[in-house]
Design a protein around this ligand. Structure first.
Ligand SMILES: [Fe+2]
Ligand SMILES: [Fe+2]
Length: 319
């Protein structure tokens, strides 16, 4: 079963628990002060694997008091998250292409720890949306995008591979951070609606697994930069590629842009998109842009979020 984050858990305040869930790197000052080394990342992945086995459908309590109300308020979020979680199968194919000389810690993370956890999140959410009377998710699990094929071809050149690896970590950090936020909003919203069974047996256990994923990507990106693994030209190339290729997780076809916008609107994130952009791009802002631009939100992140919300609004306008 789930290892709850530490036996001191009961004594911690809700505010502190939230802070820790939001940023597991800040779990203790002693920990945060330790330099991020490859050994620490390897240790983190081993711990994630031991403490968080993939969830199963068994302990899920499928009681939903008002399926229609849940579907109306959060249907778009649950559908989006179910699809994205199930698409990890394709993500693994993409990773194999993008990181041909992958190291053992990365492989262990995505093949043995992250992938199996995410697939179970997807299956559980998919069952939930069927229970709500919604259509099952339609994940695209075999189409590797052209963009990834190009990166994959370039990644065979060792100096470019390091750049691609950094981009993979930055993408992962942004994606996992948005997952943490989505499950926080879903958990709070469902509890507020009196849907305690699904809030505590579906969303809470999934939510506990996401911060560890974020921590992996964030630590891996920081370790690369801190160790000076990238020459100035490689960091410049990373900035260029990132600003040209940034995309939201789960947006692989034009219609999915509006789906992402619908999800953001259902979560109330459209009220302060800049804050959302700052939150999901914190790692890349710090590693790629802070030197030149300070901690300003990268324009391409904010523009991508705005475009998604606009696409959703355009789709829902009366004809
Ligand atoms: Fe997940
Ligand atoms: Fe995740």
């Amino acid at each position: 079963m789930h290892a709850l984050p530490g036996s001191r858990g009961r004594r911690r305040t809700t505010a502190r628990r939230r802070r820790e869930e939001a940023d597991p790197l800040s779990t203790s000052t002693k920990d945060a002060a330790r330099p991020v080394t490859q050994a620490r990342i390897t240790e983190h992945v081993a711990r994630l694997g031991e403490q968080h086995p993939p969830l199963s459908l068994g302990p899920v309590d499928r009681t939903v008091r008002d399926p229609r109300a849940v579907a109306a308020r959060f249907g778009s979020v649950i559908d989006y998250m179910a699809r994205v979680e199930l698409e990890v199968e394709r993500n693994v194919l993409e990773l194999l292409l993008m990181l041909p000389g992958v190291g053992e810690t990365d492989r262990h993370f995505y093949q043995d720890v992250w992938g199996p956890q995410e697939v179970q999140h997807g299956l559980i959410l998919d069952q939930l949306q069927t229970d709500l009377g919604l259509a099952p998710a339609e994940p695209d699990v075999d189409g590797v995008s052209g963009r990834v094929k190009v990166l994959g071809a370039l990644a065979h050149l060792a100096p470019v591979q390091d750049v691609v690896r950094l981009m993979y970590y930055l993408t992962g950090a942004a994606t996992e951070r948005s997952a943490v936020m989505a499950y926080n909003v879903l958990g709070d919203g469902l509890t507020e609606m009196g849907e305690d069974a699904i809030a505590t047996t579906i969303i809470a256990p999934i939510k506990r697994q996401e911060p560890g994923h974020f921590a992996f990507y964030s630590m891996s990106a920081r370790a690369m930069v801190a160790a000076g693994e990238l020459a100035p030209w490689q960091l410049r190339l990373a900035r260029f590629l990132r600003s040209r290729s940034f995309g939201l997780v789960g947006v692989n076809r034009p219609s999915q842009e509006a789906d992402a916008g619908a999800m953001m609107v259902a979560m109330g994130l459209d009220a302060d998109l800049e804050r959302y952009a700052r939150d999901i791009s914190r790692v890349e802002t710090e590693l790629l842009w802070a030197r030149d631009q300070g901690m300003r939100v990268p324009g391409y992140v904010l523009a991508t979020l705005r475009d998604a919300v606009d696409a959703h609004r355009a789709r829902t306008l009366p004809a």
